[in-house]
Design a protein around this ligand. Structure first.
Ligand SMILES: NC(=O)c1ccc[n+]([C@@H]2O[C@H](COP(=O)([O-])OP(=O)(O)OC[C@H]3O[C@@H](n4cnc5c(N)ncnc54)[C@H](O)[C@@H]3O)[C@@H](O)[C@H]2O)c1
Length: 316
């Protein structure tokens, strides 16, 4: 692992913390080696998650700011195995103070658990189909923090029956709903977030390569992702003069609760193993790390970008 530095002055951590961090990193290495020896993915196991959280909490408690991520909020963290959660973990490890949001009472308990796992993050409700809930959320952040530095929009939805029916069979109502939640909501969220970013900021969403290429099982959601990418470009142009960058990550397929609802999802995973330049699938943690970079000042001249984090599958 790379040495952990304090980005403020690029000096190694104070000795006590350095020893604590080295111990926590050694724990993680041991857990990874154990699961790899059994042919398992370490990130499927709770002790790996717990060890990462302990490291994140130690860095957070000591105000370590590896690549400089101050205060931000993340939409879409309903379980450990989501991209939003992985991004939140990476942001926390890089010194961010977090607010997580959830949709509806059914997701509240899990979101609150995630909040305590993720350094005591603020947890607030927000259904992105409701302007009043988006507005209320940013009003709370204005009161609590005085502003935000980044926003992650890790939100998508499509009715299962429309995904099964494909583009030709998709209902008008289903099409409206999936575009409202998966594409339009980025504009709605940005509208309320931008006034809280007077010194600039970073807005990041999640897309998928089916926006540009035909992925048969993805059908109408490919259209919603194409719309989302276009929303990214127009927002980048409109908010650029305020110093607000707007980008998307385009990860390869990852087995999350939502992805498992995509028809023939496992054949997408197998296709990446067979055909991508790296002959493997991307891991959640790698998407989290790419997001931390895009949210940080290290990406200060990057906007209107769709960054593929897919082991190169987009060129195959
Ligand atoms: N998993 C993949 O293979 C993959 C690949 C590329 C891109 N993506 C994208 O990454 C993002 C996160 O996906 P994930 O696979 O981690 O899924 P996920 O399990 O996080 O599901 C999507 C999230 O959207 C939230 N959501 C849905 N409707 C909402 C609403 N009305 N208001 C507020 N939140 C709402 C849900 O609460 C959930 O947290 C999505 O945009 C997805 O399209 C996923």
């Amino acid at each position: 692992m790379t040495p952990i530095l304090d980005a403020a002055d690029n000096q190694p951590l104070v000795p006590d913390l350095a020893a604590e961090v080295a111990g926590l990193v050694a724990d993680i290495d041991e857990i990874v080696a154990y699961y790899q020896a059994q042919g398992q993915d370490p990130s499927d196991n709770w002790d790996f998650e717990a060890a990462l959280n302990a490291l994140g909490a130690a860095l957070y408690a000591n105000n370590v700011d590896e690549i400089g991520l101050p205060d931000g909020r993340i939409f879409g963290i309903r379980s450990h195995r989501t991209i939003g959660y992985a991004i939140a973990q990476a942001a926390l490890e890089n010194g961010a103070q977090l607010c997580l949001s959830y949709r509806g009472e059914r997701e509240r308990e899990r979101a609150e658990e995630a909040g305590s796992e993720l350094g005591g993050a603020l947890v607030l409700p927000c259904d992105v189909t409701k302007d009043e809930e988006i507005e209320a959320l940013f009003q709370t952040l204005q009161k609590e923090w005085g502003g935000v530095d980044f926003v992650v929009h890790s939100v998508a939805f499509a009715p299962g029956e429309d995904m099964q029916a494909g583009m030709v069979g998709t209902s008008r109502e289903g099409f409206k709903l999936m575009n409202d939640i998966s594409a339009y909501s980025l504009a709605a969220v940005s509208r309320y977030a931008a006034p809280l970013m007077p010194k600039g900021g970073s807005i990041l969403t999640l897309t998928y390569v089916a926006s540009q290429r035909i992925v048969p099982s993805y059908g109408p959601m490919g259209v919603a992702k194409a719309a989302l990418e276009c929303v990214v470009r127009y927002l980048a142009s409109e908010l650029g003069p305020q110093g607000i960058r707007v980008n998307a990550l385009s990860p390869g397929p990852i087995s999350t609760p939502a992805a498992r609802g995509i028809p023939q999802f496992t054949s997408l995973l197998r296709g990446v193993e067979a055909c991508s330049p790296m002959h493997r699938n991307v891991e959640l943690r790698e998407v989290g790390n790419a997001a931390a970079f895009m949210l940080s000042d290290w990406a200060s001249a990057i906007t209107a970008e769709i960054l593929h984090v897919d082991c190169g599958m987009h060129v195959s």
